[in-house]
Design a protein around this ligand. Sequence first.
Ligand SMILES: C[S@@+](CC[C@H](N)C(=O)[O-])C[C@H]1O[C@@H](n2cnc3c(N)ncnc32)[C@H](O)[C@@H]1O
Length: 254
Amino acid sequence: MPRQQRCLSVASAQLAGPVVAPGAGVDEAVAGFVTGKRKATEVAHAVWRSIVQKGDTVVDATCGNGNDTFALLKMVADESGRGRVYGMDIQDTAIDSTSSFLKMAVDSREMELVKLFPICHSRMEEIVPKDSPVRLVAFNLGYLPGGDKTIVTVPKTTELALQAASRIVSSGGLISVLVYIGHLGGRAQLSFVESFAPSMSFDTWMSCKFEMIHRPVAPLPVLIHAQEVITVFGVCKGEIAQHKRQAMGSQSKK
Ligand SMILES: C[S@@+](CC[C@H](N)C(=O)[O-])C[C@H]1O[C@@H](n2cnc3c(N)ncnc32)[C@H](O)[C@@H]1O
């Protein structure tokens, strides 16, 4: 998404309330991960909870058995019925599994907020409405647990999907990638994600990964945050700084 479109005015940010909700659970999840008591998924979910708000639109790019879809639904669902979870998976069995799980775990009002599609995640822009700012796109790379282990996410489509995610995630939002490396092709996925993140603009994105050195095949959460670009009187702060630098440069030449 173009930088200008992701600009957020100071006034509208204040009216809308805090963009980032209180970070409930992140400290505990990270401390637990460091001491080997909490899983990578718990770290990812805690970070999601600190960013996602009730009523948000979020995307689960790899539904699998629906655990992440369920977690996301609980984060966005409220009485207003505004929240939406757009979920996708290339396998019909995964979509069925997610759908069955949700039907058991949530009520019909919450179920209405989830839209599931049996498609490749590289096509996510086709299903998320253009006028819905997306707070989070979550990827859980690898194979369907309990399913066909030969059907895995691959770097080529992951790249297209990450590019699509970077176009739809709004300012202050997050792309979350949980990378499993214990299966064939897992390391290649990690190498790809590690090279993709720093290729994104340093002005607008911030990324990090959590890696267990003592557990070399443990899954790694890679988190890519869309930095908030603050505008003052309609001009991005970064641009103001650039104008100042240019002005100072032209003065010193005189
Ligand atoms: C590790 S599982 C996801 C687990 C899931 N998030 C959960 O909570 O149960 C990875 C999933 O990615 C799916 N997948 C593989 N390639 C995909 C693609 N190109 N687009 C969408 N889903 C894909 C697989 O079918 C598999 O179900």
